[in-house]
Design a protein around this ligand. Sequence first.
Ligand code: ARG
Ligand code: ZN
Ligand code: CA
Length: 265
Amino acid sequence: REEVIDIPVVVHVVHHTDEQNISDAQIRSQIDVLTRDFGKKNLDISKVSTAWQGLAEDARIRFHLATTDPIGRTTTGITRTRTSRTSFAPPDPEATDPEKRKGNQVKFTQSGGQDAWPANTYLNLWVCQLERSLLGYAQFPGGPAATDGVVITYKAFGTNGTATAPFHGGRTATHEVGHWLNLRHIWGDKRGCAGDDFVADTPNQEGPNFGSPSFPHVTCNNGPNGDMFQNYMDYTDDAAMFMFTKGQVARMHSTFENARMTFAA
Ligand code: ARG
Ligand code: ZN
Ligand code: CA
């Protein structure tokens, strides 16, 4: 698909403290980052290594805060919910409660969170205090509507307010929305060289990269250019990730012909 997809976003702020009740300005800063990053308009695109410049692609996806709510009323695209929960558990495969196992408590009003808006017309973004150090997580296309969307800690959302270095560039949402559009981690979620992200133009790499690596980092015979650690779907710091590839863009757009076709005009 060549056309540009424009996605209405609802941000559900679920807060236990006033600090967690982040400002409209912080929310807008996140929407701006998403639109820049998925439009190849990010200022740091110039930092992509020469070897990969030809692969970096405009994802042709834009984002805006929803202007009408599910029953047609004017809205800011932001919901604010006070919760008695001090934090929300990220997905925990060991948990016995099924919603806790999937990290879904923030997604339901009855468990101290906020119910999703219809997932066929809105991207739901929940912002809350997460347990442990997890920055965020996403549901891949094809899952249940009631839990569809992305959850992000209030410390790694947007670029101002409570956003905290080195995750104050809004890239957690860029990464998670990549998952929401069916992208896998570029190392294929399996350590060693057998992991696959099902994208041909991202080199095979041994595992995640962290921090701000220097070029090249060769693993899995992927020299001379090595791991594409500048990709949004690696685990590097916000200031060290700045590109999607042509193959990733094609994979994201194919979801608009399948599970997420309701977002294509
Ligand atoms: N750990 C998270 C995940 O696997 C997000 C990582 C985001 N990285 C970043 N630099 N903000 O989904
Ligand atoms: Zn991820
Ligand atoms: Ca690949």
